[in-house]
Design a protein. Structure first.
Length: 400
């Protein structure tokens, strides 16, 4: 008799708190689990890494899917316009245009600027003797960097912040009814704000992403203004949300695994390995979804066209079939084939930027005169799609 697949509920309180026990249960039950209505869930590393590259799966969803997930409102057409939720050739077109501003060589050249921003933020924290990692470092660092790249003025960054945080809700696998209005209102506010910036750059170009996109618009008739604006909104959000979570995880994981922090400080050359391990150990984005365009067979079951296939990145990163001691933090882990940046055509556009920012933070921790110490509880920000934090209170010492 065929085994009935397990059910994965992304809104289960256990998933919101610490999902890895649930992921283990789902993996052990088989290679395919049931999700919400019309969804199937893959959790094994071998399947997830392969399916991320499978051209039978797309990222462009029917309008009805967005309405089911988000309700009625402006977040729906926003999600249908952004590069994340497009398939080739539209996705290829937009990714080519944006690649100039986020290319790996350009991002690596930013290291000195990013490290300087880390030093400035941490110098201020050291003078106080304490910081909240989330509000004093993990959020302001990537926001400052992405605002610089896009062209958002310093004076506006605090005003933009709460709306960008609200926008995160729109990217959940299923948005709870009480959170939908906030996501729709965030899209409206951010669109209006970016529209004003775009109009300013149209008359006074600068060396930033908006000006680059406007130059492409003049040369490319099919590049429409509304889609340009929505993609700038998306790039602003994507440029800090994942990295904020990565930086927070880095501090949380090292402070709660002091032997690993000691090892990093003894062997600072492990910084690059450490960033990769943070991405694997507690992936900033826990799941991604694909729209099944053609039938896909997994473990003898056929997932029909028109279904949604959820790929549990966090579960794949803890699969004991691929990783030795997967639930342990090990900054010496090498190789580290984590799937936290996705794969295939939709490999994270901002991956190189996130690695530079993560490396700058790890380098600071490796060379700090004295190791930081927790001085209160670590508080999570509940999220279905992201491993987010609300507070990580830390005591700092200058050292001698």
């Amino acid at each position: 008799m065929r085994q009935i697949p397990a059910k994965f509920d992304s809104n289960d309180p256990r998933v919101l708190d610490s999902p890895y026990t649930v992921y283990a249960e789902v993996r052990e039950s088989g290679r395919l689990a049931r999700g919400a209505a019309g969804q199937w869930v893959a959790s094994h590393h071998a399947d997830v890494s392969r399916l991320l590259k499978d051209r039978r799966l797309g990222h462009q969803y029917p309008a009805e899917y967005h309405e089911f997930s988000n309700g009625t409102g402006p977040a729906n057409d926003f999600l249908q316009r952004i590069v994340l939720d497009q398939d080739p050739p539209t996705h290829t077109f937009w990714r080519r245009i944006m690649h100039h501003s986020f290319s790996p060589p350009l991002m690596r050249r930013l290291y000195g600027y990013v490290a300087g921003q880390v030093d400035e933020l941490m110098s201020s924290a050291l003078s106080r003797g304490h910081l909240d990692v989330v509000s004093d470092l993990a959020f302001p660092l990537p926001v400052t960097v992405v605002c610089e790249l896009i062209g958002i003025p310093d004076v506006d960054r605090e005003a933009v912040r709460p709306h960008a945080v609200e926008l995160a809700k729109a990217f959940a696998l299923y948005v709870r009814s009480e959170e939908r209005q906030g996501a729709h209102e965030a899209v409206t506010w951010l669109r209006d704000y970016i529209t004003t910036l775009v109009e300013e750059r149209a008359s006074r170009p600068a060396d930033d992403l908006i000006s680059n996109l406007l130059a492409a618009e003049r040369e490319t008739p099919e590049l429409d203004r509304a889609t340009l604006i929505d993609n700038v909104v998306f790039l602003f959000f994507a440029g800090f949300e994942t990295t904020t979570n990565l930086i927070s995880t880095t501090w949380s994981a090292l402070l709660t695994n002091p032997e690993q922090l000691r090892l990093l400080r003894e062997r600072p050359e492990l910084a690059e390995n450490a960033v990769a391990e943070m991405l694997r150990y507690d992936a900033p984005i826990q799941a991604t979804a694909r729209y099944v365009r053609e039938p896909v067979e997994i473990d003898g079951r056929t997932v029909r066209a028109g279904r949604i296939l959820v790929l549990l990145l966090g579960a794949a990163n803890h699969d004991p079939a691929r990783f030795d001691r997967p639930d342990e933090l090990d900054i010496t882990r090498d190789p580290n084939p984590h799937v936290s940046f996705g794969g295939g055509p939709h490999h994270c556009l901002g991956a190189a930027l996130a690695l530079v920012e993560g490396r700058a933070v790890v380098d600071w921790l490796a060379r700090a005169a004295e190791p930081p110490r927790l001085n209160g509880p670590i508080i999570r920000r509940p999220s279905v799609s992201f491993r987010s934090y609300r507070s990580i209170p830390v005591t700092l010492c200058h050292g001698r």
